[in-house]
Design a protein around this ligand. Structure first.
Ligand code: HEM
Ligand SMILES: [Cu+2]
Length: 751
């Protein structure tokens, strides 16, 4: 099929659908029977003129933020249509939907559009809108440079992707006439050289659209650098808060901007050298000059930091939004900041891990491998801190909360698979396979768009003054998470089977896996459309917001600055007085009245609570161990547990091989060690009800017991043994937790 016409058709259909829908949604949300005024039609010339003037000349950070977001969304749709077409090609083993050349062009334009024109603009948009509100500035430091930075983007996208419109023009003209004009437009074709633009392919392919692509990328680099400078200066000089209280999203945008400042100029130089090689006869990347490897070094010295330019703002949004939906303060705030800064520095030191298979000096690979493994540490710190933030939190499964949790899951898989790739021998095997595609999409889809969408829902009431459709949003989120796991999980599997990437054809035995991945891809596409629908429809028809505390943030003391700004505005504009929550609890505990006693301020309270803990623990442990013994003896009776194991335990602690001594040791351990350990860590175990906590504790412990008391059973006997061990421990956990719960209940009633 003809790619240009199909893609252009799909994009036009999307555009018409959206425009028609905007009109419809506006009308439905317009005047009602109970009065109000009639909004002027969107097609009215005055409305159009006013709108154009307003939106092209604005220097307000919120307007520019929205422009960035709108631009990034359009680019995402364009790159997303590319992705859907890629996956459609892969439905069949042969290249029969599009040609091989078209497939190459599709993955190139898809990659370029997503990386340069979707992610960075959207994050810069969110930053533009919210950073001034979060730090108490009245605008960005350089409002006009801000506007210029944005307005460089649309031309750069058009230059970079001129191949599609010019092909469409050539084909339409060609159907009508023939002649030089048709040839003129026919010359430009979407390049098929991959987003990494490796020479010699990129220097030898004649297609002049490649030159335009290089210029477009150069321009987008200038735009990003301008934006980054603005963020840095704004955060340094317009800040009302101190560094210590600077919010986490601003920290990550600051770090990101720092990376942009060093990475993009380098890309710019490398691109200009490539342009010169193509057009001026220089030999930077020819064998007689630096060779293709020079390009790889320069490109990846930009390219790896670029990965973090894409990913750090997403982690910032996660750290900002997640605590609001689990009712707890972000755990380890400082360490998240440190890890962000560490990533910013380290990201420039790992570029050659993309070049392990270029026969570079093995000693060099070894050191790049070491740094690459090391850079996983700060990312892991973030994940652990997020999980600890969720731990025992009051989880609310509104759409943003769901997205945070789902995306931690996908991100962990994406990140861990990346650590394997950092190891030279593994990379040599997986390089150029679908494993790599699976790995990076679990990150580029598993956290980046997910956090953008989470932010869009979370701040929707602030931006529009209305609610989005919350049920639809939850459905959309579920679809997105399932789609991502299906699509990119399967790509990992294909990679394990060593299927190479970037091929339009593949052996028939992979067909069913590829088809499932494609269905998953369509689910992601559908969820994107549902998101867009929700955003547009609710803008005119959502429930109105009449209280700035839409997420009940005051109740946990997390009503952050941007919401205070909204509250002020509602107060001034609509005379809506600020609301007061019924109860407030500190965000670091889930118990309303009782915090924890402190070593310095309340030593006696601390000692008392330790003694209480020990006493109740011991009583609970005794009851639990006795209950457990009952099960163990039943087990011994029917033959799945061997009493001789107790004798061994007696020998182990040095009292001789006596079963009775062994049993008493077991009892003592159950009353002291395990019970005290439980008291110590119960707070950190899952479950808000103590009994559930006890059960999970028992489950963890039972594994150790199963290993220690194993006496060589196999088959069904082994299954019986394991089952008994688990049940016995559950009884122990129930006895332990139940007693403690009861004792605490008695104490509070007694007080
Ligand atoms: C809608 C979800 C998406 C789907 C179904 C999808 C699908 C694909 C497919 C099929 C390929 C080609 C793989 C190959 O031939 O080896 C690809 C490549 C790529 N994708 Fe995506 N993608 C999606 C979203 C994204 C996003 C959000 C980003 C970045 C932010 C992204 C970045 C890339 C990059 C950089 C490449 C490599 C291009 C190249 O090989 O030069 N993708 N994607
Ligand atoms: Cu890298």
């Amino acid at each position: 099929m003809n790619r240009a016409l199909v893609e252009f058709g799909v994009l036009c259909a999307l555009a018409i659908l959206v425009c028609g829908f905007v009109g419809y949604a506006r009308r439905c949300g317009g005047p009602r029977a109970d009065g109000g005024y009639r909004e002027r039609s969107l097609l009215n010339p005055t409305v159009i003129r006013e709108g154009v003037v307003r939106w092209t000349t604005t220097t307000d950070h919120k307007d520019i933020g929205l422009l960035y977001i709108a631009f990034g969304t359009l680019a995402a749709l364009w790159g997303g249509v590319d992705a859907m077409m890629l996956r459609t090609e892969l439905l069949t083993p042969a290249a029969d939907v599009w040609s091989e050349a078209t497939y190459n062009a599709l993955f190139t334009t898809h990659g370029v559009t997503m990386l340069f024109f979707f992610v960075t603009p959207v994050f810069f948009g969110i930053g533009n809108y919210f950073i001034p509100l979060l730090i108490g500035a009245d605008d960005m430091a350089f409002p006009r440079i801000n506007a210029i930075g944005f307005w460089l983007l649309p031309p750069s996208l058009l230059i970079a992707r001129a191949g599609l419109p010019s092909q469409v023009t050539a084909q339409i003209l060609g159907a009508l006439t023939s002649g030089p004009l048709v040839d003129f437009f026919g010359v430009l074709e979407e390049p098929g050289i991959g987003w990494t633009l490796y020479p010699p392919l990129s220097t030898t392919v004649a297609n002049p659209q490649i030159d335009l692509l290089l210029l477009g990328l150069h321009l987008s680099g200038i735009a990003s650098t301008l934006g980054a400078i603005n963020f840095i200066v704004t955060i340094f000089y317009e800040r009302e808060t101190s560094w210590a209280t600077l919010d986490i999203f601003s920290w990550s945008m600051l770090t990101t901007s720092g990376i942009v400042l060093f990475a993009f100029p380098l890309l710019g130089s490398a691109l200009l050298m490539l342009l010169a090689d193509r057009n001026l006869g220089t030999t930077f990347y020819a064998i007689s000059g630096g060779g293709p490897i020079l390009w790889q070094h320069l490109f990846w010295f930009f390219g790896h930091p670029e990965v973090y330019i894409l990913f750090l703002p997403a982690t910032g949004l996660m750290s900002q939004i997640l605590p609001k939906f689990v009712g707890r303060k972000l755990f380890g705030f400082r360490f998240i900041v440190y890890s962000t800064l560490a990533i910013g520095v380290l990201s420039f030191g790992v570029w050659a891990h993309h070049m392990f298979v270029t026969s570079m000096n093995p000693r060099l690979s070894a050191s790049f491998m070491a740094v690459s493994v090391a850079i996983a540490v700060p990312s892991a710190i973030k994940v652990f801190n997020w999980i600890t933030t969720i731990w025992d939190g009051n989880i609310r499964l509104a759409a943003p909360g769901l997205l945070c949790i789902g995306s931690i899951g996908t991100f962990v898989v994406g990140g861990v698979t990346g650590v394997f790739l950092a190891a030279v021998p593994v990379d040599v095997f997986f390089h150029g396979t679908y494993y790599v595609v699976g790995h990076f999409h679990l990150i580029t889809v598993g956290i980046i768009p997910m956090m953008m969408i989470a932010a869009s829902y979370y701040w929707y009431p602030l931006i529009t003054g209305r609610w989005y459709d919350r049920r639809l949003a939850r459905f959309q989120v579920g679809l997105l998470i399932v789609g991502s796991v299906v699509t990119f999980g399967i790509l990992l599997v294909l990679g394990f089977q060593a299927l190479p990437r970037r091929y339009a054809n593949y052996p028939a035995e992979f067909a069913s896996l590829q088809q499932i991945a494609t269905v998953g891809g369509y689910l992601i596409g559908l969820s994107a459309i549902l998101w867009l629908y929700n955003m547009i429809w609710s803008y005119w028809n959502g429930d109105r917001v009449d209280d700035a505390d839409v997420w009940d943030l005051k109740a946990t003391d997390q009503f952050s600055r941007e919401w205070q700004w909204l509250e002020d505005r509602l107060d001034r504009k609509y005379d809506l007085p600020p609301s007061e929550p019924e109860t407030v609890r500190p965000a670091y505990t889930t118990e309303p009245e009782k915090g924890s006693p402190h070593v310095l301020s309340d030593p006696r309270g601390l000692v008392r609570s330790v003694l209480d803990d020990t006493l109740y623990g011991a009583i609970g442990g005794l009851l639990g161990t006795l209950a457990m013994s009952g099960v163990l003896f039943t087990g011994a009776f029917i033959g799945v547990f061997d009493v001789a194991a107790f004798a061994e335990l007696g020998g182990l602690v040095g009292f001789g091989d006596d079963a009775l001594v062994g049993y008493l040791t077991f009892l003592l351990g159950g009353v002291t060690t395990w019970a005290i350990l439980f008291r110590a860590i119960a707070e950190f175990l899952p479950g808000r009800v103590l009994v559930v906590t006890g059960l999970s504790y028992a489950t963890i412990m039972s594994t150790g017991f199963a290993v220690a008391f194993y006496t060589g059973q196999t088959g069904l006997e082994l299954v019986g043994y394991l089952g008994f061990v688990l049940v016995a421990h559950w009884l122990y956990g129930l006895g332990l937790a139940g007693t403690i719960r009861y004792a605490e209940y008695r104490r509070t009633v007694g007080d």
